[in-house]
Design a binder for this molecule. Sequence first.
Ligand SMILES: [Zn+2]
Ligand SMILES: [Zn+2]
Ligand SMILES: [Zn+2]
Length: 122
Amino acid sequence: MRLLVLDYFLKQSTALSLSDLESGFDYSNRATLFRTLKTFEKKGLLHSINDGHITVYALCMDNCSEEQHADSHMHFCCKNCKKIYCMRSVKTPNINIPSGFNAEKLDIIIHGLCNGCTENLN
Ligand SMILES: [Zn+2]
Ligand SMILES: [Zn+2]
Ligand SMILES: [Zn+2]
């Protein structure tokens, strides 16, 4: 089951939500899939992105480990197809936050039209 899930992610160019994953598997069990996603996230194989409405998951490629995620890229959310893309080449900037605050994760989501949708609209 776990290998199937990883394999499925490898074939996708966009991040997947639990529902996306569910529809990709005929004999899926939502609870099992969710547990699998959480395990992978913990192990540094997947990272999660929350766009304010749903949480989606994408493969890690930035030498993430079990202890720490090193995904420091931005994400792109297409307003037309609602897909979320990893912008692996676009690094998040270093930010300075007030002392006393302890930042763990910086989620930057760029909103707009993806290349596929831009082409379709022209
Ligand atoms: Zn990661
Ligand atoms: Zn799109
Ligand atoms: Zn990503």
